[in-house]
Write a protein that binds this ligand. Sequence first.
Ligand code: ZN
Length: 827
Amino acid sequence: MEPKHYFLHLEPDLETFVFSGITQIKIHSEEIIKKIVLNAKTLNILSCKIKKGEDYVACDFDYDDDKEELVIKYPQGVQGDFELKIQFKGELNDKLLGFYRSSYVIEGQEGTKYIGTTQFEERYARWAFPCFDEPKYKTPFDIEYVINENLTGISNTAVSEEIKLENGKKLVKFEQTPKMCTYLLYFGIGEFEYIESKSDTITYRVYTTPGHAHKGELGLEISRKSIEILEELTGIPFPISKMDNIAVKDFQFGAMENYGAVTYREPLILVYPGKTSKSSKTQIVIVICHENAHMWFGNLVSPADWPYVWLNESFASYFERVVTDRIYPEWNIWDDFIFDSTASALMRDSLINTFPIELPGGKPIDINSATAPIIYDKGASVIRVLSDYLGEEKFKLGIKSYMEKFQFDISNTAQFWETFEEATGEPITEFAKSWVHQEGYPYVTAHREGSLLKIEQSRFTFLEHESETLWLLPISYTIFLQDGTQVSEKVVLKEKSMEITLPVNTVAYKLNAEQKGFYRVLYSDENLEKLGSLIKEKKLHHLDVYGIQSDMYNFVLRGTYTVEQYLDYLQKYYTHEESYLSLRDIAAGLDSLYFFLDSKRSRIAEIGKAMFDNYLEKNGLEPKEDDSLETSRLRSSLLWSAFKYGSKMVTDFIKKKYEAFKKDEAIHPDILSTVYRAIAAYDKKSKDLFFAKLTDPSTSGQEMLYLCQAVGEIRDEATLKDVFDITLEKMPKNVRYIPIALAARNETTKPWMWTWYKDHAELLKEKLTPMDLGRVLIGFASRSGIGKEEDVGVVLEKLATQMPEREDDIKMALEMLKIYSTAVYRN
Ligand SMILES: [Zn+2]
């Protein structure tokens, strides 16, 4: 049985928050069937009919909301082509899922207004209309709305016709969609305003609530540029005549790639003058490129089932960088990729409880804090390794033939690799087996015996874990020779170990050249010292400089090195380091150690202050117009670290900014988030100033994020508890977790945070979205749970039985706690 076409009629009402609808589905069945099972949830089903020939016959039906099933009965049996017609009603809910309402206010006007919008991935289209809600059922859709005359209707395709009706209503009809999945449908209604840009074939728009469309200029430009680049990269034109980008205030995720109608959290599509930093603008660009990459990866070629969702997310996460790099080559966006994606994926995949990139089937796939770093970040990193391994030309060829073969259709992982192998003529099945179907990743030990370099691979986990797993591992390495020259080489490690012959006058060697691979390296002490000297003499590539200390830090968590060894190495070789990624990573590493190791705080502060003051003195505390993206990001991050470690220069600077803040004077957007956080940490009394802004309806979505982060940095127990109460009670649902998540990283909360969580567990379940609850749980348990491991175990195991859907997060939280507490007791 297969659905072939949907006609969908919707009448949403923004005053009563209800909608009524009719769906007519054309179906074909080879077999005789007596019941038809559709998905439906939170709906009120009014009638179901079957049309065979010209006549509609009313049918009995069973609707089970828990099972999310609508079973239509037709005891006579039906075969061949027929049609279903279902009448239903639903609620425009406030749960940010399905067909829901999102609120806004207009400055200077009384009262709250609403738009109606949708979020259907993975299985929420069934909240809006009865349907076959699985990605494998792709059909064209014809959609129409009856709405109030003053409203705008948006869907996946352009409006084909608007007809004035009686009673102040109108009928809005949309062009037929391409063959597509239900989870990519979009319904939007409201008093929207927009800006637009037109190419020969596509009209691009950014839609906002009234008064904000002009903030969408950057978004509009990037939407168009990225679609054009992706058309070229995939060799396939975008099949819809318009591309809408809709800013939504109440939104659970960052963005959603609805076909031709992408929705965004407001600060991820709108630029707020004086508030949006250079770094946030970069984020806007990357997110748009990501969503638009989905127009091909996910929308044109869709996953046959949810375990294959990596075919969407890994590729979108890879191509977001390819496209961003084409638009802004000066950003060095691949350097950031190593930090944002590869490093966070390595971290996540170092747990014993991890997953392969192609998720195991058997239970509903949930994209959450536990799975996202694997599906998005590890997936994209592995695709980068593949592209490097095959060479760019062959990689492009593989992508193009895959797109061509499966366009408007679905595919699974095996079909993907088959097509790729056919097109490129390269045996990549082995590579796929290692990296997509196998969990974890390796580390390589390298030590020298005379002219031989012996390398050996083993699985890297923080906690002890026996594993025989091997990977097909492409290794690129650089050899440093006595005369000051370097040689670059590549090998593929397929077995457990191998030997490489070194030139006679080799001084040192660095594996994983420029950190493009997905593995870590453990060197002999002798080589590590020699690499250190080369770092000091500025003879290494800046990404290798980053990689050496980053691997070392992770081996500290594994117990191979002590914290003292790591700090000594930093002090010896990195004190005058100025490269972007190294400093950013060292700042993050020291920040964690500072949180966990009370006894080492003064030493960590001393090292950090020396390193970061040095950079800030040279580059200035106040942002400059011609700052590179890297300088701008690094300044913001180091200002915070240097402040925390007691830098006098930075503390004086923050005091001045605090005075400016009190007088409502402008603070440069590139340092705004850091300055807010530092002010909160400096003076608990700033809380009232922050909340005055937080509750002001004219505060932008962007500033709201900075303010929420800031209040989590207050260093006073009673004030912070107050902050949590107010946030949970008064802040919009999608930002409530932020102060709590930040406070869990604030070292002054360590003694009481876990108890607070236990006292408020029920309230948090009620007030946070399930995904945000997962996020804060991981922070609470792994950071504040140290010294209370047994209690944390009992509480979380009980929670796992109550909330099986949070099981992944809970397992992750417990393992992280074990890693951190082992490291704390060891050091
Ligand atoms: Zn995505």
